[in-house]
Design a protein. Sequence first.
Length: 332
Amino acid sequence: MLDKPCLTYKNIKMTTNKHWIKSIAQTVRYWISNALTYKTATYGNIKMTANKQVDTQKTMLNEGTAYWMARIAQSVYQRKEKDGDKTFPDEAGILETLKSEDDGFLDVKGFSKKSAQGCVIEHQDYLCFGFRGTDEIADWLDNFAVSRESALFGEFHSGFWHSTEDLFGDMMKRYRAIRASAPTDEEGNRLRRPLFITGHSLGGAMATITAAHFVYHDLPFMAAYTFGQPRAMTYDTARIFNSWTSNRFYRFHNNNDLVPRVPGRIMGYSHVGQLIYIKSDGELHNDAGFWLRFLDAIEGAVEEAGKKGIDGIKDHGMDKYVAAVETWNKQF
C-alpha cells in the first residue's frame, strides 16, 4: 500500500511512498559517493590522535578539540539568575560540569547583555570564549533581521554583529587580564595560553564575528569550532575571512539542521570555514557535496515523517552535535 501524502505534478495526482523515496535516495547517494569520492572522505579514514584532549599546539582539525569545544558550547546554556537577569550563565555550575570530566578547568566568568550570553573559560592549558545560542529556535527563525552592518573588513549580519558587540568588550577585558597575569619564563617572557573560540546556533555566529575581530586586529587565536551556526557575513566578506583563518575555523552542520541554511544565499550571505557535515547516521564528512547533503536531508525527512516534531529543529539541538563528536572520539 502506498503512503500519503499526495503530490500533484502538471495536474497528475501522484501518491508518494516513503520507502520508495528512501530507496532512490540511497541508490543515488551510492552512485554519487563513488563518482565523487574525493568529496566524501570521512574522518574515519584519516589518521588522528585523540583521547578527548584539546590540541594546544596545532590549528588543524582535531577530534579531541572538537569534543571539548562542543562540551563548552553545550555547558554555557546553564543559567542562574544574577541581579535580576534570569539568563545569566551559571558560572559555578558550568565549572562543575566541565571539571567533572577534566579537572584542568580553573575558572568560568559569565557575561550577559540583552539577548547575548557568553563565558570566558580558563583551563590550565588554554583559554576559551564560549557563546550561547537561543532557546527559542522556532521564533528566532521567523524573526531574522537581515540588514547589514559595515564593520572591520566587510559587511556582517546586523543582528549577529550587535549581539557580539554587546559582549565583546567586556570579554576582551577579562581575556587581557588573564594574559597580563600569566607567569613568565626565565627570560621574562609571558607564558600565555592559546585561545579557542566556540558557540552553538546564535552563539556560533557570535563566535564567527569574534574571530573576525581577532584577525582584523591581528590578535592570536588557535582555532574556532562552531555548531549549527547561521550565516554571519556577506560573500565578499567571507572570502576575506577565509583567507585569514585558513585551517583554523571549523563549522559543524548536523543533517537537517535548518539554522545553518539562514539567512539565505539569495540574500547575499555566505558561510565561512571548513564544513564538517554530520549525516543522519552520525557519520562525519569533511567536504560533503551538495547532492549528498540534499539526499541525506531527504532520508532524514522521510524517517521523521509522521513523527512528532520538526526534523530541522530537532537536528539543531546541541546534544546532537555533542553525541556525534563523542562517537567520533570513540573511534580512536
